[in-house]
Design a protein around this ligand. Structure first.
Ligand SMILES: C[S@@+](CC[C@H](N)C(=O)[O-])C[C@H]1O[C@@H](n2cnc3c(N)ncnc32)[C@H](O)[C@@H]1O
Length: 280
């Protein structure tokens, strides 16, 4: 994880705060702001062993009840102060209040998780990142399903997918100048983050550390971080960016792929997301 000297970092949705505590090996306490979605009492009750007191004792500013999808909530965090905003293993809770259940009952988990990440990127760039800083956002997640079905390389930025053509499948929208782009990914090296536990979103359980990647976003397409990242290969001519497949040899191959069950499912996720975004 690229964490340059003296960088100012905000963590979002950090379950038991053990990732923020582990970050202190790389970021000084006065340059770190940690945040949780849960309130302080929910956090203390949910996770018997948590890192809140360690962070407070180290002098780190910790904010609770921060819903990254809600602009007013995000504005409780210091604004335009960060170089890097990090959300590790984002996942919408499955336990909901009745009001949330009513609001979200027609939405799939795929849609709700995309919505979470879309607002994470939007609010980080609109509110949290300093205009003169690094201007980077990181999402760490596993690259297997269901996470891979969120299409996080293409669905969170102004890139649009052009339907039913072989070349190209992905084109930038006309307002792409200075817009936020997915720059690429790198493997998450858990050995750099001592005592970091990935927490279950709903319960006092841990999720096993498995191969995960850090997905990096910026509105500076020339950022030097790109030299360490693997760029997304499947937005090129003849590939399917949704299924991450290709190259297809010809139109007939592409038609065959489009008729597969897996592609149809990915395409439906994509259409549902486009509809949701147009309703935002
Ligand atoms: C699987 S847990 C991972 C927790 C922690 N980031 C880690 O890496 O251990 C998913 C986290 O996403 C957070 N989350 C879900 N919805 C959120 C939202 N709207 N705003 C901020 N965080 C959210 C949850 O509170 C939960 O801590």
């Amino acid at each position: 994880m690229y964490l340059p000297k003296n960088c100012r970092v905000i963590t979002v949705g950090d379950g038991d705060l053990s990732f923020s505590r582990a970050l202190l090996a790389h970021v000084s306490p006065n340059n770190l702001i940690a945040s949780t979605y849960d309130s302080e009492s929910v956090l203390r009750n949910k996770y018997k062993h948590n890192a809140l007191d360690d962070l407070l004792n180290a002098g780190v500013a910790v904010f609770h009840d921060i819903d990254i999808t809600n602009l007013e909530s995000v504005k409780q965090l210091p604004q335009e102060q960060a170089d890097i905003v990090i959300f590790n293993h984002p996942l919408v809770p499955t336990q909901k209040t009745y009001a949330q259940y009513q609001k979200e009952r027609n939405k799939t988990a795929n849609l709700l998780n995309r919505n979470l990440l879309y607002h994470f990127i939007k609010h980080s760039f609109d509110v949290l990142l300093s205009s003169s800083g690094e201007r980077l956002c990181y999402i760490t997640t596993k690259s297997v399903k269901p996470y891979s079905h969120w299409h996080i390389e293409t669905s969170l930025t102004p890139l649009v997918l052009t339907p039913l053509v072989l070349t190209p499948l992905v084109t930038a929208s006309s307002d792409s100048k200075n817009s936020v782009e997915f720059l690429g990914s790198e493997a998450f090296n858990v050995s750099l983050f001592k005592n970091y536990l990935i927490r279950n979103v709903d319960r006092d359980k841990c999720v096993k550390h498995e191969a995960s990647d850090i997905y990096v976003y910026s509105d500076n397409n020339e950022h030097n971080i790109k030299s360490r990242l693997t760029s997304f290969q499947y937005d090129q001519e003849g590939y399917c960016p949704l299924c991450r497949k290709g190259p297809f040899a010809n139109q007939a191959d592409w038609e065959l792929h489009k008729n597969t069950r897996i592609h149809k499912a990915q395409w439906q996720y994509h259409l549902d997301w486009q509809q949701h975004k147009s309703d935002l």
